[in-house]
Design a protein around this ligand. Structure first.
Ligand code: SAM
Length: 304
């Protein structure tokens, strides 16, 4: 077991993976582990289960669907985990498309336990920047170092809180705003204060040369509480003690896709279900669905 910086002792907990929003990174890792071991995986992440096994906070969490007594009928480890598997696949494809179109800098905002630097086949001159809080990245490094995992691209951790001056930290770490980049905010924006999201989108726009791309996830719901009794939220609270509604920021959200469109980016907005249909597997709409307002936004800054 690895405690990283995220032990349950006061200041450490706010930073690491033992609790608060940091623990959501482990939820996604467990979901990726389950997806990886399926007979028909949408994405494969061989590192994911090691994060789960290394974290005391995940004691008893499954890493295979066969370890879940009710299997795919379980709202958390069945449908919600498959959602994360689908999201991983769709955003893997987006990132690889973007680097093949010319971007060589990949910036993972709120990177959490994303192991893309280690598992995707990047062009040789690609650099992956991972921005998250220090405790989360410290835990991640400890686990990956223990596995002697080798990144498939140059990899630069940028340990900082996204409410601080992360643009300065990113450029100090070697990011070049004059060169095209591809940005990802996966499972991140709804945890941030609305003003922080606005600032983040402004900053990505400012640091993006023509030919850059951005993908991000939002929740459209004006009233998240409408789904407070959904199987997805209640199972996540009851089975692993993560109350997502308590972690989400409840302020009205900015229209980030609209902002980017207004600044000349070409944007497209998709439901996850669009991709379920495309791939032939994944979650489909249901009654009282906490995923109903989730949207995946793809944005490209055109070349002149
Ligand atoms: N993007 C990763 C993925 O999909 O696997 C992680 C998603 S996890 C649900 C949310 C991540 O956002 C966590 O790693 C958390 O530490 C990070 N995060 C949330 N608020 C943050 C903040 N203010 N500054 C930096 N990172 C933050």
């Amino acid at each position: 077991m690895v405690n990283g910086a995220g032990t349950a002792d006061g200041a450490g907990e706010a930073e690491g993976v033992a609790g608060g929003v940091g623990l959501t990174a482990l939820l996604v890792a467990a979901a990726r582990a389950i997806e990886t071991h399926r007979h028909d995986p949408l994405a494969r992440d061989v590192f994911a289960e090691h994060f789960v096994h290394a974290a005391p906070a995940c004691a008893g969490w499954p890493v295979r669907i066969q370890q879940v007594p009710d299997g795919d009928a379980n709202p958390l480890w069945g449908r919600f985990a498959r959602y994360f598997g689908l999201r991983t696949r769709v955003l893997d494809d987006f990132l690889l498309r973007s680097v093949h179109a010319g971007a060589r800098q990949v910036v993972l905002l709120g990177a959490g336990l994303d192991s893309r630097a280690f598992r995707l086949d990047w062009p040789a001159d690609c650099v992956v920047f991972e921005v998250d809080r220090a405790g989360v990245l410290a835990f991640k490094h400890e686990v990956l170092d223990g596995l002697s995992a080798a990144p498939k691209a140059a990899r630069t951790p940028v340990p900082i809180d996204l409410r601080a001056d992360w643009a300065a930290a990113l450029t100090a770490a070697g990011f070049d705003p004059a060169a095209p980049s591809v940005w990802l905010a996966e499972g991140l924006l709804f945890y941030l204060p609305s003003a922080t999201e606005t600032h983040l989108i402004d900053t990505v726009d400012r640091l993006s040369a023509a030919g850059s791309a951005l993908a991000f996830e939002v929740k459209l719901d004006k009233d998240l509480l409408e789904y407070r009794d959904s199987p997805l939220y209640t199972s996540t609270t009851q089975q692993i003690g993560i109350d997502l509604l308590a972690l989400f920021d409840r302020e009205p959200r900015p229209d980030s896709a609209g902002t980017l469109t207004g600044r000349g980016w070409s944007t497209s907005v998709h439901t996850p279900f669009d991709f379920t249909r495309h791939h032939g597997r994944g979650p489909l709409p249901e009654e009282n669905d906490a995923l109903a307002g989730n949207r995946w936004v793809f944005a490209n800054k055109p070349r002149p």
